[in-house]
Structure formats: C-alpha cells, structure tokens
Design a protein. Structure first.
Length: 136
C-alpha cells in the first residue's frame, strides 16, 4: 500500500489571458517535476465573467449605438503533495515555492495574481491554555 499523500501547499493562479496562464502553469509543473515535488496537475477553476454596462459610442447623438464589454478572469490551481509537514518533502516544497516566487512568476507577466497557501496540519492553542486539558 503506497504511503498517504498530504497536501503541503496550494498555488492559485489567476489571469486575464488564458494562453499566458496555461504557459505559466506548464512551467510550474515542469519545474516541480525537475525538483522532485509531487503535484496534482493543473486544476482549471470556473471562469468568472465581469460584464460592464452599456457604453455609448457617441457622446451626443445616436443613443442606440452602444458597446458592451466584459472581462474574463481565468483561474488555475496546482496542489503540492508530500509525506508530511515535517518530512524532507516539506523542505523541497518550501524551496520550490521560493524558486517560484523569485524566478518563475517574474518571468511570466501573464498572471494577474498568484496566491500561495502553505498547510502545516498543526493544532494551535490559545496563550495560557493547557494543550493536554484541551484534549479532554
């Protein structure tokens, strides 16, 4: 039975141009494979469409001549996996995320936003509480 994979990080990429966004995702997957980081592949998120109202073409007359505009926000999600939050895979993931932040993302201007979330799977307790008492 193979060991259970734990989700260690999540990369959420969003942009306006689908072609550039796919190029960034392919570069991320290729780099992760070279650094021996397990990935989920590219998960395509639903496209958000932001529509703008009618804009008049003429400033004075021809009130029937209007233009309609929309912006499409494309989203992609890539999850990084490993053995656990304290394993050697977690170190690889952190090094890969630093490489991503300093090398891959500045080279590609197609992404409007990149959000990275790290997961540690730790339990947090308030200051002054006893962790053993919280488990009862």
């Amino acid at each position: 039975m193979p060991p259970a994979r734990t989700r260690l990080a999540q990369i959420n990429l969003q942009g306006y141009a689908k072609i550039f966004l796919e190029d960034v995702c392919a570069d991320v997957i290729r780099s992760a494979k070279k650094m021996e980081v397990q990935t989920s592949g590219i998960i395509r998120l639903p496209t958000r469409i932001q529509k703008f109202g009618d804009v008049l073409r003429s400033p004075f007359v021809h009130k029937g001549a209007v233009d309609q505009y929309e912006i499409r926000h494309h989203g992609r999600l890539i999850e990084l996996y490993g053995d656990g939050a304290t394993s050697a895979d977690a170190t690889k993931v952190v090094h890969f995320l630093r490489y991503l932040e300093h090398t891959i993302l500045p080279a590609h201007q197609g992404t409007a936003r990149a959000r990275i979330m790290l997961f540690s799977h730790e339990k947090y307790f308030r200051v002054g509480t006893d962790p053993e008492a919280a488990g009862r």
